[in-house]
Design a protein around this ligand. Sequence first.
Ligand code: F6R
Length: 366
Amino acid sequence: EKGGYEHFMLKEIYEQPSAISDTYRGRMLPDQGIIRMAGVDDNIERISNARRILIVACGTSWHAGLVAEYIFEDLARIPVEVEYASEFRYRNPIISENDVVIAISQSGETADTMAAIKLAKEKGAFVFGVCNVVGSSISRETHAGAYTHAGPEIGVASTKAFTTQITVLTLMALKLAKHKGTISNSDFRFHLQELERIPEKVKEALNSDEHIRGIADIYKNATNCLYLGRGFNFPVALEGALKLKEISYIHAEGYPAAEMKHGPIALIDEQMPVVVIATKKGHYEKVVSNIQEIKSRKGKIIAVVTHGDTEVRELADHVIEVPETMESLTPLLTTIPLQLLSYHIAVMLGKNVDQPRNLAKSVTVE
Ligand code: F6R
């Protein structure tokens, strides 16, 4: 059942090239420059005229929502807010018929997300669901939706659900952008072509597995770890830290790279591994100077860089390459090494990777 893999998590990490193509297959026609998503097509005016989009989710799905915030605002020019479902509902939120709520949930059973949906519906908002489990409670409670089609995710640590959620939300943002005219036809086609190449590039990123295992071996006894990223890759830093925490029980925190100087930099010493996402285009020069700041305080740098990078290579203790793609699609690639790093560390520490202590696959309590 694990298809020859030692753990479900590893199997699911390796399934991402096919999971991502399953997500866009039948929806995206790059040659014709078309995206078809029934749940969006049927409600296109309501969604594209939204005063704002409010994304509600928990955990990894919330991180996918944060990536989507960058993508929706960049492409479709609709204001987006991302909320923890649990905080949204206890805050007397301001929400009306002019708002569109997107609820993201792998399991489709998360109690806090479900409660947020019910509240949003009561206030008249249109609620769109992005779920993986077909027929799940959330998929039934929402007005419309799009499935991720990632296939069953058994490992408690979410992996392929995250990348396929980002894929669905990217398709949705592109579709809205096209409808609203906030993207040119040529840009639109270019995005589709690049998205179509992502599964191949994820495979290339997976080729670093052995190299990453070597890095895991060096840092497996760390007691703390920082993850830094900017822009589209800031949420990836949060997700990388969550993966390490939940399966290896090593304390980790994700930060926007530029926030370092406002506090966390005090933590840096020779004991501190810092994972930095430093792909080309994404505020690259700024991230390079963040890396210099960490180096001068003797922190250990593990950098995720674009294939062929030379500048960061000179500064970092370790580099992990991912293929080049357009900036907005980099999270689909930069996530991969972070998943593998936490996986290998947890295995080396003898942790129960697929069923970490204190965690359940779907959190049906509030
Ligand atoms: C992290 C993880 C959790 C879930 C969260 C939401 O690896 O698995 O943080 O992402 O409990 O679950 P869903 O997406 O099922 O609503």
